[in-house]
Design a protein around this ligand. Structure first.
Ligand code: GLA
Length: 387
């Protein structure tokens, strides 16, 4: 892989002299959805698929960027002297946003670079191709220019770029999972305190299967920001009745006690999801530690129901994938993952049921939705590396 990437880089940029190869993973969230901007817990893991980058400093201030995933766009040129977001800059707004964010944090990038990317995460699948590019860019800048930043800093800078440069008000989960990933572990992160712990994922006789709906969406055009502001309004209403900082401060009983403070039925459901999903996540991790994978799976299923009925971020495609999965013997749990509105689902499937899973879920999906889903058996990998 490394050699092929360097050869392609040399083809594009004349030589590969001085170029280095980097990798940052994608992520999948096992449970704890739409909790990260509500002061709740999440439980994501990094994947062995992700984004490769080949980068080299330039003597001038120009930025020349090329993605093997968007070959038709060719090399997109810009400059360190014009780091404003620009629709025409297309995908390069992600690395440029990170370069901008480093500058905002007092780490001015001193010279331009040539950058080539190749991602093997399906784009727009909900496996965080954008967070992967952001953390990758951060780790490249750290290495090329010697900035003293930790992996956790890379996550925060990536989120800052996503929020302020690309206009998506996302939480910290994706960038954190990508930057802090550890093979064979998921990360139990409390987004209220940023305390985290690694939990081993040993699925005896089972695997993680991602079902990709192939319904494309970006968070920018989804209802992501709308959900976030519905939760903020619900929180402000609750704060008139009870002393809390975030929705994650409430347990189920407290929520039921105070929910009448929320003056709109839709907002009650949004907040209920945030509160119950947080509690489910804590319980799911406890179940996993107690080796009760069956309970973990049941909580995954309950998470999907809540995202479908209370949070309303699933839609026909994700519901079809999950509901077909639930019918198959050997499926321990299945739910949508990531922001929703398209993207993909994550399922824990016993080894002997994987072929039946792909065949049956695949055919129900085709009949119901009219086009194919894709299936990936994935492995949990590490955070960013230099190859
Ligand atoms: C997206 C966001 C995350 C998180 C999830 C939903 O992936 O980037 O911060 O909010 O949606 O859990």
């Amino acid at each position: 892989m490394k050699q092929q990437l360097l050869e392609k880089f040399a083809e594009l940029f004349k030589t590969a002299e001085g170029a280095k190869v980097y990798f940052a993973p994608g992520r999948v969230n096992l449970i704890g959805e739409h909790t990260d901007y509500n002061g709740g817990h999440v439980f994501p893991c990094a994947l062995t698929i992700g984004t490769y980058g080949v980068a080299r400093k330039r003597a001038d201030r120009e930025l020349h960027m090329y993605s093997m995933n968007f070959e038709h766009l060719g090399i997109i040129d810009s400059s360190l002297d014009d780091l404003t977001p620009d629709k025409k800059a297309d995908w390069t707004n992600y690395p440029k946003g990170v370069i901008w964010a480093f500058g905002q944090k007092g780490m001015e990038v001193p010279c331009g670079m040539d950058l080539m990317l190749y991602g093997n995460i399906p784009n727009g699948s909900g496996l965080s191709s954008s967070a992967s590019v952001e953390v990758l860019t951060g780790s490249i800048l750290r290495d090329l220019f010697g900035f003293a930043v930790s992996n956790q800093d890379l996550a925060l800078i990536g989120q800052y770029a996503e929020n302020r440069y690309n206009g998506v008000n996302c939480g910290i989960m994706d960038q954190f999972a990508v930057a802090m990933g550890r093979a064979e572990h998921a990360i139990f992160l409390d987004t209220a305190t940023m305390e985290y712990e690694y939990a081993p994922i040993h699925l005896e006789g089972a695997k993680l299967v991602i079902s990709c709906s192939n319904k494309k969406r970006g968070l920018g055009d989804s209802k992501y920001n709308e959900r976030r502001s519905e939760c903020e309004t619900a929180l402000a209403e609750l704060q008139k009745a009870v002393d809390i900082r975030t929705l994650g401060d409430l347990d189920e009983a407290q929520f039921e006690q105070y929910k009448d403070a929320i003056k709109d039925e839709t907002r009650v459901r949004r907040a209920r999801h945030a509160v119950y999903e947080n509690q489910r996540t804590v319980r799911a991790v406890a179940a996993l530690k107690a080796d009760d994978i069956g309970e973990f799976g049941r909580l995954m299923n309950a998470s999907h129901v809540s995202l479908r009925d209370d949070y309303e971020v699933t839609g026909l495609e994700l519901d079809t994938l999950v509901e077909a999965a639930w019918k198959i013997d050997g499926v321990i749990g299945s739910r949508m993952t990531g922001a929703g509105f398209g993207g993909c689902t994550v399922s824990i499937v016993k080894d002997e049921a994987i072929e039946a899973f792909k065949a049956q879920v695949g055919s129900v999906y085709r009949e119901t939705v009219g086009y194919d889903a894709d299936f990936y058996v994935v492995e949990i990998g590490d955070g960013p590396v230099i190859l």
